[in-house]
Design a protein around this ligand. Structure first.
Ligand SMILES: [Fe+2]
Length: 137
């Protein structure tokens, strides 16, 4: 299970692309550390980072969508809110109980799947919209 930045993830907005790169890099390092043990501490650290990261990143993405009058803004906003709630829930659960390796693997897979799906699909649709409508960003 691993992930690396790939040019096809770029949406063409440097600020957002840099943030996506940072996220992928961070998550990839986290998975390497996790494989070596001490997962409980690492997963809490990762979720603390994610909680803070999405606050800024989602706000920036939402601002961009408002600015370009993105038609699927509401749908995207809902996905962001759902994800914020999911991170919060995961963090609370993880802080309060000792994790089994199965839970850690499932959680990591879930986070990874979300990153790939969200950047690769939903955020990519923003890139398509920008291109199709010749918007300067
Ligand atoms: Fe997004």
């Amino acid at each position: 299970m691993s992930i690396e930045w790939n040019a096809r993830y770029a949406i063409g907005v440097p600020q957002i692309d840099e943030q996506h790169k940072e996220l992928i890099e961070k998550f990839s390092n986290y998975m390497k550390v996790c494989a070596k043990g001490n997962q409980q501490d690492e997963i809490v650290k990762m979720l603390t980072f994610l909680e803070k990261y999405v606050e800024k990143h989602f706000n920036d993405e939402e601002e961009l969508q408002t600015q370009i009058k993105y038609p699927k803004f509401q749908q995207h906003l809902n996905a962001h809110m759902e994800y914020k709630a999911k991170i919060k829930k995961l963090k609370t659960e993880i802080e309060n109980e000792h994790l089994s390796i199965t839970t850690i693997i499932t959680t990591n897979k879930e986070i990874l799947r979300w990153i790939i799906n969200h950047i690769g699909k939903m955020d990519n649709e923003i890139a398509e919209y920008i291109k199709q409508n010749n918007i300067k960003v």
